[in-house]
Every structure is written in C-alpha cells, then in structure tokens.
Design a protein around this ligand. Structure first.
Ligand code: PMP
Length: 411
C-alpha cells in the first residue's frame, strides 16, 4: 500500500499563507499535526469517510472536531437544511425553527426550562458565565486547570493579545479533586458566581479522565451550598453520550449547559440551556450576533437531534467506539507496546506510556493518516453514527501498520 501524497494540500497551504496569516489558523492549523503526513484541505465527505484535495480517502475519527455526529452529508439533515434554504436562511428576525428547536431542546433536556442560540462554543460558555454573574451579583468564576472553554480572553490557552486583567476573576482547581475545588471556593467565599466544568476531562495533550465517583455530585452540592451557578461545558461531548446532555450520562444536573459541536451535524449553531431560576438574568445579559437567528442551522439541528434518537446513534457510537478501543488495546499488547486508551468510547483517545513529548503518538497518527485513517496525535477522537464495524476492521488493519512503525522506530 503506497502512502498518500499531499501535493495539492501543500500548495493550497502556501497559497493561503500569502493572504491568510498562518495559512490555516486555530485548532485546524497544520502546526499541531505532523508536517508532510496529514492533509490540510478537504474536498468532500460521505458518512464516516472524508476525501482530501489530493483525492486521498480517510476513515474520519475527528469528525470536524466533533460536529459530524451522524456522518458527513447525512441525507435527513441535508434535506431539512435544503428545505429551509429554499425559504431563506437569514432574515430580520428568526424563523419558526427558533421556537421549534428551543421546544425540542427543552423537551429532551431534563433540567432545562429555556434555551438560547448562538454560533460557537466560546459564545455560549462566555455568556453562561455572564448570566451567572448577573444572577449572583458576584464576579469570580472557577474552571479546571488546563480545561478548554474556547478562544475568549478569559480562557484562551494562547494568551497572546490578552491582558492579565482579562483573567483577574478566573480561579482554577484540579479536575476530579473536590477538596481542591472546595478550598478554592472557600478562599473566595461569597465571591464565586459560577463553576464551569466539562463532563469529563478531555484536555489536549493529556489522557482523558472520566469523572471520579461523586465528582460532579460534589460540584452540585457545593454550588447549592454556596449559591453558585453550575455551568456544564458540554460543547465537545454533548449529544455523543446522552440525548439529554452529558450530565444525564454522569448522573448530575447543572444549572446551565453549553452545547455546540454535535448539535446540527456540521451546521453552525451553539446553544445554552438553563433553569427557570436563571431566566431573568438570561434576559438581561445582552446576547446577539449577525447570524444567531439563521434558520438553516436550526432546521439542520432539529433533523440531527431527531435522527440521532430515531437511529439509536448514541448507542451505536458507544458500540463501534468500544470495538475500536478494545481493538487498539489488544493490538498494542500483541506488539508489546504499552498504551493508555482513555475516554468514553464515543470520544476515545490513545496515548503511548512514557511518551511525554507525544513522539510515539505523532508517528502513530502520521502512519495512520498516510494510509487512510484520520486520528489526532494529541486531541481526543470522535466516533459518528455512520462508522460501521467494517470501518473499524479496516481501521485496525491500518493501526497495525502504525503500531509496527512505532515498535520499529522506538524499539
Ligand atoms: N468548550 C469545549 C469543551 C470545546 O471543546 C470547545 C471547542 N473545541 C469550546 C468550548 C469552544 O467552542 P468553539 O470552538 O465552537 O468556540
């Protein structure tokens, strides 16, 4: 099997870099991948597969970093989006989909009484904290060290262009450590408006950590004791673990929950769902954007969420994700390599033990990409409802090559 070539990707990157700082910026930047071993530009997608501009085909385990939950170009989502597009997308106000989608989300989210819509995960995470401040009259917020909540100045992991003042009201604690969280909150007693946490620890460059027994419940209890707003950042995991939000999967109900990635199968939309107690504050905190009310993404979201339920997509992702996780563990063992497979099956990750620089993971990811399987060397992966058992079998043939490459290079 000849490894892939990326001639057109490389040329497009150079062309882009002349007129776009960095060529491709943000989390899709080639700088975080392995130069020469990954495609940078894509041409089309179908189900669990994507094709790059050089015509190379991949089984896609990044799913656009989460949004593609039913598979690329899912017919029901495309049909709903097209039907709305024929009516128009962007008006002076919302379409009927606005109310319909809010009703749907409130209907499937046990704790929620209302929802708002925006475009990005960062929008809703930042707004949720503002709502918490407005509700409590307090200024501090607490987040886990190293957690990602978006690009805004209070939380960006790349602080270029921000000031220390932007973070002056942000406190941090160690994820999965309720005693540390309590210590932070008690040190600032009466000042904390919100605690924002992800449903499980999915930081890049790190094995994923599921919440330890009682972790979320202790956050809930602390919030109740101290009058703090519990914000669940479900942007990455939402609708991949449970239709009612990842809080339901882990047995906790937050006050505000932020969604984005999987909500509309790739159409631009985010949402924040909340409790009645926060409705007044939600109404007072100004929230708007040029495209917040656009109808097409909302039509896509309705179709996506309905189909996810109808086809048992969440169960399916768990099934195929488990096959992948078990397959990787067995394969690593057969090669005499020590790996850690972490995270829930629908959002898995694998790292090599004793590989702090992720050098083994980079070679593993690069070998996979060169042979048609797109995984990431240091960011969690994503399954979709379109991945089949045959995709997993084919993937494991490719990962076998990748394990062999790691064994030979690092023997
Ligand atoms: N929170 C989490 C947990 C995320 O994974 C992300 C995106 N990777 C965000 C917030 C920010 O979302 P966006 O990139 O859509 O602004």
């Amino acid at each position: 099997m000849q490894p892939y070539q990326f001639t057109k990707s490389q040329a497009l990157l150079e062309r882009s870099a002349r007129v776009i700082p960095g060529g491709i910026y943000g989390h899709q930047t080639p700088a975080v991948l392995v130069p020469g071993s990954y495609p940078y530009f894509f041409a089309h997608g179908q189900g669990a597969h994507v094709w790059d501009v050089d015509g190379n085909e991949y089984i896609d385990y990044i799913c656009s970093y989460g949004p593609i939950v039913l598979g690329h170009r899912h017919p029901k989502v495309e049909e709903a989006a097209l039907a709305q597009m024929r009516q128009g997308n962007c008006f002076n106000g919302p379409t009927e989909r606005w109310a319909e989608l809010a009703e749907h989300l409130v209907g499937i989210t046990p704790f929620a009484d209302w929802t708002v819509f925006a475009k990005n995960g960062s929008d809703v995470c930042t707004w949720a904290l503002e709502v918490a401040r407005e509700h409590t009259g307090r200024r501090k917020v607490v987040m886990a060290k190293g957690a990602y909540h978006g690009t805004h100045a209070w939380c960006t992991p790349m602080p270029a262009g921000t000031t220390p003042e932007d973070r002056a009201n942000v406190l941090t604690f160690a994820y999965n450590d309720p005693a540390d969280l309590r210590r932070v909150v008690e040190t600032h007693d009466g000042e904390v408006a919100a605690i924002i946490v992800a449903p499980f620890r999915h930081d890049a460059f790190h094995d994923q950590e599921l919440p330890v027994e009682g972790f979320h419940q202790s956050v809930r209890q602390l919030c109740d004791d101290k009058g703090i707003v519990f914000v669940l950042d479900d942007v990455r995991a939402g609708f991949r673990l449970h239709l009612g939000g990842s809080g339901e999967y882990f047995g906790v109900r937050p006050d505000l929950s932020c969604y984005c990635k999987a909500i509309a199968n790739g159409y631009p939309l985010s949402a924040c769902a909340g409790r009645d107690a926060l409705r007044r504050a939600a109404q007072r905190v100004f929230f708007t954007g040029s495209y917040f009310t656009s109808g097409v993404p909302m039509a896509a979201a309705l179709a996506c969420l309905r189909e996810l339920e109808a086809c048992g997509g969440i169960e399916h992702m768990r099934h195929v994700g488990t096959l992948l996780q078990r397959g990787l563990e067995e394969q690593a063992r057969s090669h005499g390599l020590r790996v850690t497979v972490s995270g829930p099956p629908a959002l898995p990750f694998m790292s090599f033990r004793d590989d702090p620089g992720f050098e083994r993971n980079k070679l593993f990811g690069a070998t996979c990409a060169l042979h048609g399987v797109y995984v990431h060397p240091h960011h969690n992966w994503f399954l979709s409802a379109a991945h089949t058992e045959a995709d997993i079998r084919r993937t494991l043939e490719v990962t076998d090559l990748a394990f062999r490459a790691v064994r030979e290079r690092f023997a």
